[in-house]
Design a protein around this ligand. Structure first.
Ligand code: NAD
Length: 365
């Protein structure tokens, strides 16, 4: 399943690295190794024009080092656009540590990683991602200030997932307004795929508004718990993508909108939290446009998490976090309208707005 994720904008070994879509003008890529702790990490700094590159560290047992490189490059590129479109003065970066967190993660390894982050002198700020816990960020904080997502007890902003879910909810309502003429989710049938940290909170928000929520997950225990807690239905068919509904909310994996699924989808709106939902952002963006499915760009509507960690750097309070997250509604509507007016895909439209903001700042410098 996870290999699908790496198929997004896949870096090709045989071709030159510079100029490929995933590499896409990265400013700096740092390979970090420490034999004593077993650390092998790659830090991708994609763009720092708007501010320091910020993006989480993912620890994963990649099948090959190429997969790890590909993952960090495409994720750091996505962070640049996410920060730019959200109006944050941050650049895009990301880090990966190669290995199974259950087997190799130790405080020594995390501190060694933190020291590598420190050598970048604040050009890159790290945070939590897959395979990481808030406590790991606290360990990194022991050796560098260039880390966010530390525990509230240590002065951090805490768990970003509820804020991410709230931003997805805002983006979903805006896309619903665009598709149906009003933004009410009351009575809308919503397929939520993945009911983890973000998905569960999205289930709460949408079901409280009267949506008919159907949940799907590979974790049976979570399905039973979330279904009982919110009174929502569990999907029991064998092809979620073919299920008639109003809205599909991918909140588990990337690349679920691909050659196979796109022909089956019967929804009018796609709005979810997963990163890199389009297996190929150009091809699948255009196919969705042809099918007249309204796609709320993932990097725009899942930006609540980065707003939350940005707040940690800027010392924002809860009110400012909520206001910036609610702004996702207006930005989403603007982008959907602009895409319609220019016949661009919604994804391309969002990227072009993000790129314009970066270009304008570059001119000022
Ligand atoms: P999570 O790990 O808490 O939850 C993911 C859920 O998806 C789990 O319940 C898992 O069992 C389920 N899942 C895995 N494979 C599945 C499949 N094939 N079908 C159905 N369910 C499946 O992750 P999360 O923090 O809730 O994040 C969800 C998505 O949103 C991820 O793609 C993440 O990168 C993205 N995202 C999260 C945040 C955040 O603040 N947590 C911010 C931005 C983007």
């Amino acid at each position: 399943m996870i290999t699908e994720v790496f198929a997004v904008n896949q870096l090709k070994k045989e071709a030159p690295v510079f100029g490929q879509l995933s590499f896409d003008d990265h400013e700096q890529v740092v390979f970090c190794q420490d034999k004593d702790t077993g650390l092998k990490a790659i830090i991708g700094v994609h763009n720092t024009i708007l501010g320091p590159a910020l993006g989480g560290t993912r620890m994963y047992d990649y099948a090959t080092e190429w997969d790890a490189l590909n993952d960090v490059l495409r994720l750091s590129r996505g962070m640049t656009y996410k920060a730019a479109i959200t109006g944050l003065n941050l650049g895009g970066g990301k880090a990966v540590i190669i290995g199974d967190p259950k087997k190799i993660k130790t405080p020594e390894l995390m501190r060694r990683f933190g020291k590598f982050v420190h050598t970048l002198g604040g050009k890159y700020y790290t945070a939590e991602d897959v395979g990481m816990e808030t406590s790991d960020m606290d360990t990194v904080r022991e050796v560098t200030p260039y880390v966010t997502g530390i525990s509230e007890a240590k002065g951090g902003a805490g768990n970003p997932s509820p804020v991410t879910a709230y931003g997805v909810f805002m983006g979903m309502k805006a896309a619903t307004k665009f598709a149906y003429g009003n933004d009410s989710l009351d009575g809308k049938r919503i397929l939520v795929q993945g009911i983890g940290h973000v998905g569960e909170e999205l289930v709460r928000l949408t079901s409280e508004e009267g949506a008919k929520v159907v949940i799907s997950d590979i974790n049976e225990e979570r399905l039973a718990a979330v279904s009982a807690k919110y009174g929502v239905k569990v999907y029991r068919g064998d092809d979620l993508y073919a299920e008639p509904a109003d809205i599909y909310a991918p909140c588990a994996l990337g690349a679920t909108i691909n050659d196979d699924t796109i022909n089956k989808l019967k929804v009018k709106v796609i709005a979810g939290a997963a990163n890199n939902q389009l297996a190929n952002e150009n091809i699948h963006g255009e196919l969705l446009q042809k099918k007249e499915i309204v796609y709320a760009p993932d990097f725009l509507i899942n930006a609540g998490g980065i707003i939350n960690v940005f707040a940690e750097i800027e010392g924002y309070g809860r009110d400012q976090i909520v206001a910036k997250t609610e702004n996702i509604y207006d930005t989403t509507l603007d982008i959907l309208n602009k895409a319609k007016a220019t016949s661009m895909t919604t994804n391309a439209s969002a990227i072009s707005i993000a790129e314009d903001r970066i270009a304008a700042r570059k001119k000022e410098k």
